[in-house]
Design a protein around this ligand. Structure first.
Ligand SMILES: [Zn+2]
Length: 73
C-alpha cells in the first residue's frame, strides 16, 4: 500500500509504498533528502522523525547483518 508521509523538515508530503502492515525503517524525503525514521503499525503511521546520517547508516548495517544471518542456510 502507499502511505503518505509528511517530512517534518520541509513539510513536503511524499508517497512511500510498503509491503507489510508493520514497518520500522528509513524513508528519504525526495525534496530535502532528509532521512526519516518511520514507524508503521497495522498500516497506520505511528511516528516519523528525522534520522541522522549516522543513525541511518547504522540502521542499514543492522539490516544487512540480519539479511546475512538469515540467508546462511
Ligand atoms: Zn523534506
Amino acid at each position: 500500500m502507499l502511505v503518505n508521509i509528511v517530512c517534518p523538515k520541509c513539510n513536503t508530503s511524499g508517497g512511500f509504498s510498503i509491503t507489510d502492515a508493520y514497518y520500522i525503517g528509513p524513508y528519504k524525503c525526495w525534496k530535502c533528502r532528509a532521512v526519516l525514521k518511520i514507524n508503521m503499525d497495522n498500516n497506520r503511521l505511528v511516528s516519523c522523525e528525522a534520522m541522522s546520517d549516522e543513525e541511518a547508516a547504522r540502521f542499514e548495517q543492522e539490516q544487512e547483518m540480519k539479511r546475512r544471518s538469515r540467508g546462511g542456510r
